[in-house]
Design a protein around this ligand. Structure first.
Ligand SMILES: NC(=O)c1ccc[n+]([C@@H]2O[C@H](COP(=O)([O-])OP(=O)(O)OC[C@H]3O[C@@H](n4cnc5c(N)ncnc54)[C@H](O)[C@@H]3O)[C@@H](O)[C@H]2O)c1
Length: 327
C-alpha cells in the first residue's frame, strides 16, 4: 500500500513521515511506497524501508494532486494548509489552499478509484466560545475566524466524499501543537510554543495573553500518534460522524510558566515578557480550551502525557534541530 502525505515538508508532515519510516506499517498493513507532497520539495525520511517519491506542487492545482495519489494509495494524511493568522490576513489564499486544495485532493482520490483512508487535520479553531466554553463530541462548530471556517468546510467535504464511498475519511480536530521546533510560524497560537522554546535557546519570548489564559494543546509526539492511529482506524466503527476531538491537554499559561521554571530555572523564566497583540488575542481568544474526549478515548486514541513530559520531549527530540536551524 502507498501512503501519501501532503504538507510533508511541514512540522507534522516530517514527524508523521519519520514515524511511518520507522514502523513500515499503518496498523497491520505494510507500507510498500510513500509519496511526500508539498509546495516546498520535501526530503525523504531517514532509513525508510520503502521507496519514497518527493513531489513539489500546489495542493489547489488538480493536476498536481493527481500526481500524488494512485490506484495503490491506501492512506492519505492531508496536512497541507495555510495556518491561522496567515489565513486571516489573506482571505483568498486561505480559502484557496485550505478549501479548494482539500477539494482538489479529494477529487484526485475519487479519480484514483482506490477509496483511500484520508486523515484530514482540522482544528480547535472550528469551535468558538473562548475561555468559558466546554466542547463535547456533539458540539456544533461555529468558527470565529476564516481558518476555522475553512477547516469546518473541509470537514463537510470529508463527510460527503466518505458517505458517497469515494474515500474513507477521518477528521482529527487537532489542539495547538506545542512545542513546535524551529522558528515562530504564522499561527496565531505561535506564542504557546515560543514561551517553551525560546528560553531554552537563551532568547526572549513574548506573551500576548494573560497568565490565566487557558489553551488546549498537544505534544508533537501525541499528535503524531493520533494521526497514525487515525490512519489505521476501522471506518465501520465510526459510522457517519467522522470528526474526532482527540484527548488533548488543557493548561493555563501559568501552568506552562511553572513547568518552564521547573525545567529551565529562573534564567529561563526571566526571558518571558508581556506584549499586547490585539490581533493574536482576538483569534486565540475565541478558541475553547476545555474538551470532553469520550469518543476519542473509546476509539483507542492514547491519553496525553503531562506538561513536564511534553517539555522534556521537546528537549530530547527537537532542541538540537532547532539550534541547528538557527545557527
Ligand atoms: N501545528 C498545529 O498546532 C496545528 C493545530 C491544529 C491543526 N493543524 C493542522 O495540521 C496540519 C499540519 O500543521 P503543521 O503545523 O505541520 O503546519 P506547517 O505550516 O508546518 O505545514 C504545512 C505545510 O503545508 C504546505 N503548503 C502550504 N500551502 C501549500 C500549497 N498550496 N500546496 C502544497 N503545500 C502547501 C507548506 O509548505 C507546509 O510545509 C495543517 O493542516 C494545520 O492546519 C496544526
Amino acid at each position: 500500500m502507498r501512503v501519501t502525505i501532503t504538507g510533508a515538508a511541514g512540522f507534522l508532515g516530517r514527524k508523521v513521515a519519520a514515524r511511518l519510516a520507522l514502523t513500515g506499517k499503518v496498523g497491520a498493513r505494510d507500507i510498500t511506497a510513500m509519496t511526500l507532497f508539498d509546495m516546498v520539495e520535501p526530503k525523504p525520511p531517514a532509513g525508510a524501508p520503502f521507496p519514497v517519491t518527493c513531489l513539489s506542487g500546489d495542493i489547489a492545482n488538480p493536476a498536481d494532486c493527481a500526481r500524488a495519489v494512485d490506484r495503490d494509495t491506501g492512506v492519505v494524511v492531508h496536512l497541507a494548509a495555510v495556518v491561522s493568522a496567515q489565513a486571516e490576513a489573506d482571505f483568498d489564499l486561505g480559502w484557496r489552499v485550505n478549501l479548494d486544495g482539500t477539494r482538489a485532493l479529494l477529487e484526485a482520490c475519487r479519480a484514483s478509484g482506490a477509496r483511500p483512508r484520508v486523515v484530514f487535520t482540522s482544528s480547535v479553531a472550528t469551535f468558538s466560545g473562548g475561555q468559558d466554553a466546554v466542547i463535547d463530541d456533539a458540539t456544533r462548530p461555529v468558527p470565529g475566524n476564516s481558518y476555522g471556517a475553512q477547516k469546518a468546510a473541509g470537514e463537510l467535504l470529508i463527510h460527503d466524499y466518505t458517505r458517497k464511498g469515494y474515500i474513507d475519511g477521518v477528521t482529527l480536530r487537532l489542539p495547538t501543537v506545542v512545542v513546535r521546533p524551529g522558528r515562530p510560524n504564522r499561527a496565531a497560537s505561535s506564542f504557546a510554543s515560543s514561551i517553551l522554546r525560546e528560553p531554552f535557546l537563551g532568547e526572549e519570548a513574548f506573551l500576548p495573553v494573560p497568565e490565566s489564559f487557558a489553551l488546549w494543546i498537544a505534544s508533537p509526539r501525541a499528535a503524531t500518534d493520533w494521526l497514525v492511529h487515525a490512519a489505521a482506524l476501522d471506518g465501520k466503527t465510526l459510522g457517519l460522524d467522522r470528526g474526532i476531538n482527540p484527548p488533548g491537554l488543557t493548561v493555563t499559561v501559568r501552568d506552562m510558566m511553572l513547568v518552564l521554571q521547573s525545567v529551565g530555572g529562573h534564567a529561563a523564566m526571566r526571558l518571558i515578557s508581556r506584549m499586547e497583540d490585539k490581533e493574536v488575542a482576538a483569534i486565540v481568544g475565541a478558541w475553547p480550551a476545555r474538551f470532553s474526549d469520550a469518543r476519542a478515548k473509546a476509539l483507542g486514541f492514547r491519553a496525553h502525557e503531562g506538561l513536564e513530559a511534553l517539555v522534556r520531549a521537546f528537549l530530547e527530540d527537537d532542541l538540537a534541530e532547532t539550534k541547528a536551524m538557527r545557527a
